[in-house]
Design a protein around this ligand. Structure first.
Ligand code: CUK
Ligand code: CUA
Length: 626
């Protein structure tokens, strides 16, 4: 276009814009609501609804303020939402196969998943530096197969699965990190004979079945997980727990139920006692003991018998079959959520240490001193029925989920009184506040993870989705802003300020990557006996090579490099009838392996819509019969 005409066009557009701006400002002076439009056009809609809409609506072109990472329970995956819009942005496969991205088909991910096609992902935990989320990694446990995974937050992909971690049957009491991500802990739900595979009659439960807590070491450079050491515990059940911080750094706190040590009819038998315990563990002392070699090898792990390290484990009585335990942002208190008692019990760490130092004990159980309850406890907050978990805001308030009452209770850490309660629909398990388990919570938002949705969404048959509700924390009264349905089944979530996460856009070109091909001249098929290696390149909108001829019975290794170094240009790759499928993100190289056990002609094609000629991105695998 001619320069002069461009200038005229520009002036015209600028003029139009200025005119609009003027009209807008005049209009807003006459009637400030007219500019917003919403109030004017939605007659009969209450102020509350308008307020909720304005607080949650993120217009096109704008981004959410927080990431919400919710576990997918027995779907094995992790869901990523934006807050406040509650839009689901992504699902990240972790313990499940996911054909959308070929997770569980590529060589790497197949190896990571190992013997299991599913997992039960419960408790995501973001990595921390000085007790604050640092946005680097997310760790999550698999209750079903005693594993744990690391998701790297620069690519939102699972990069490591560790396990089964030795000796832990069902690590429900995980994942929670120490303040500098030195370790995260995993504690067992089921007591069992160790190591795995050991047989012992169920009547030997009290003697032969063990509870175990593992300390998983995290490499500060790359997040690599390894089993540090383990601690033997009584055959009780441990629930999601927390690490000390600030004044209580160096300790961690596990809640227990079934201190009755029942192994039949748990529903009745494990609910006999008025109080179970919070188990207080000096992990720094145990770390030292492990360094000093006070360990036995059991199942390939370094296992510490707490009898060999006196002063490392204490019991704090807590009512009744407590569920989660949570440490306040300043680390001064740890709070036990009563589950079968309508209370949250608040314990002072300072008082706990006084009891420990003065040996102020009220007995012992299984060789562990029980600290003086009356002295350690500072409050029993009457929150309501079925308290399960607690999170915190930036104003000195705590929020406790009430499963039985279908509510969230807000209470104060200064006077330990309930100041507000809001109904949620229905039956919340966990809740998560913005950075609400760090040393520096943001307040602002709380998400209640409700187990039942019932009538809240269009019906989809007898089983309904789970429901997450966004709650506004910016005023003294909590307000439910938004309902978001979600697939089974979030157990816990973490909410992190969006700008803490730094993603990359394309995989960098790197000639040292196994099998990578960056030029079409280098794309090739190499035969060595009956081993065939395909070095394939995908580039809009073609595969190089687009026919591959092999023989029936060949062992095939197939590399695919996506050489579109352009944000969001992902190519897929599926071979018909061979159950082969993956994707290669921009710049990425993937590896697939299979045996060509069927002769015939098998089209392959790009599964991921990548350009106007995406449909042309295809080829043929020709398998000659023997
Ligand atoms: S546990 Cu507490 S409600 Cu698996 Cu975290 Cu579910
Ligand atoms: Cu490449 Cu579609």
């Amino acid at each position: 276009m001619h320069k002069g005409r461009l200038k005229t066009l520009f002036t015209a557009v600028a003029g139009l814009f200025a005119g609009l701006l003027l009209a807008y400002s005049i209009l807003s002076q006459i009637n400030p609501e007219a500019a917003g439009g919403l109030k004017a056009s939605k007659e009969g809609v209450s102020e509350d609804v308008v307020d909720a809409a304005l607080k949650t609506y993120v217009p096109p072109g704008q981004l959410d303020e927080y990431y919400l990472f919710a576990s997918g329970g027995h779907s094995g995956q992790l869901f990523v939402f934006g807050v406040p819009s509650m839009r689901r942005i992504r699902s990240i496969p972790v313990f499940n196969k996911e054909s959308a991205v070929g997770y569980g088909w590529t060589t790497d991910t197949k190896e990571m998943l190992g013997d299991f096609d599913w997992g039960d992902a419960h408790h995501p935990a973001l990595s921390e530096t000085k007790g604050d989320y640092d946005g680097r990694w997310l760790f999550i446990n698999d209750n079903a197969n005693s594993r744990v995974a690391r998701v790297n937050l620069d690519s939102f992909t699972t990069q490591q699965i560790l396990g089964p971690v030795p000796n832990i049957y069902g690590p429900h009491g995980s994942v929670f990190l120490t303040p500098n991500s030195e370790y995260f802990m995993m504690a067992s739900r089921f007591a069992g004979p160790i190591p795995y595979g050991t047989y012992s009659d169920i009547d030997n439960f009290k003697e032969d079945y063990k509870g175990v807590m593992a300390a998983i070491a995290v490499d500060p450079k790359d997040g690599n997980m390894s089993v540090g050491w383990e601690l033997l515990l009584p055959p009780w059940s441990y629930d999601l727990s927390d690490a000390g911080k600030g004044v209580s750094d160096g300790w961690c706190f596990l809640t227990t139920y079934n201190t009755e040590e029942a192994y039949h009819l748990l529903e009745v038998e494990s609910s006999q006692r008025e109080r179970d315990y919070i188990v207080a563990i000096n992990w720094k002392m145990l770390e030292q003991a492990a360094k000093d070699g006070k360990v036995k090898d059991i199942g390939g792990a370094k296992v510490i018998d707490p009898n060999d390290v006196p002063g490392s484990v204490y019991l704090v009585p807590c009512a009744k079959s407590p569920h989660g335990v949570d440490v306040t942002p300043d680390g001064k208190y740890f709070v036990g959520n009563g589950k079968l008692s309508p209370t949250v019990t608040v314990f002072s760490f300072e008082k706990f240490m006084e009891c420990v130092n003065n040996k102020d004990f009220q007995g012992e159980e299984r060789g562990f001193p029980i600290v003086n309850y009356e002295k350690t406890r500072v409050a029993e907050v009457e929150v309501g029925l079925g308290p399960l978990h607690t999170q915190f805001d930036d104003q000195g308030n705590a929020y406790t989920s009430l499963f039985v009452e279908s509510a969230v209770a807000k209470w104060s850490l200064s006077d330990f009184k309930v100041s507000d309660k809001t109904q949620v629909h229905y039956c919340p398990g966990h809740l998560t506040a913005a950075e609400g388990d760090t040393v520096n919570p943001d307040g602002k938002y709380l998400v209640s993870l409700n187990k039942l949705a019932k009538d809240k969404y269009l019906s989809v048959g007898p089983s309904h989705p789970e429901s997450m509700q966004l709650i506004d924390l910016t005023s003294s009264k909590m307000k439910v802003l938004y309902d978001s349905p979600v697939d089974p089944e979030p157990h816990f979530a973490q909410m992190i300020k969006a700008d803490k996460i730094k993603t990359f856009e394309v995989y960098p070109k790197d000639e040292t990557i196994e099998g990578a091909v960056y030029a079409k001249e280098d794309a090739r098929v190499v035969r060595d006996g009956n081993n065939v290696t395909v070095y394939m390149m995908g580039f809009r909108s073609r595969y190089y090579p687009d026919t591959v001829e092999i023989n029936e019975g060949d062992h095939v290794t197939w590399y695919l490099t996506n050489t579109d170094f352009d944000e969001d240009i992902t190519h897929g790759f599926g071979i018909m009838f061979y159950d082969i499928n993956c994707e290669a993100q921009p710049g990425q190289t993937q590896k697939l392996e299979f045996v060509a056990d069927k002769a015939g002609v098998y089209p392959y094609y790009c599964t991921n819509f990548c350009s106007a000629l995406h449909q042309e991105m295809q080829g043929y695998l020709l398998v000659k019969p023997k």
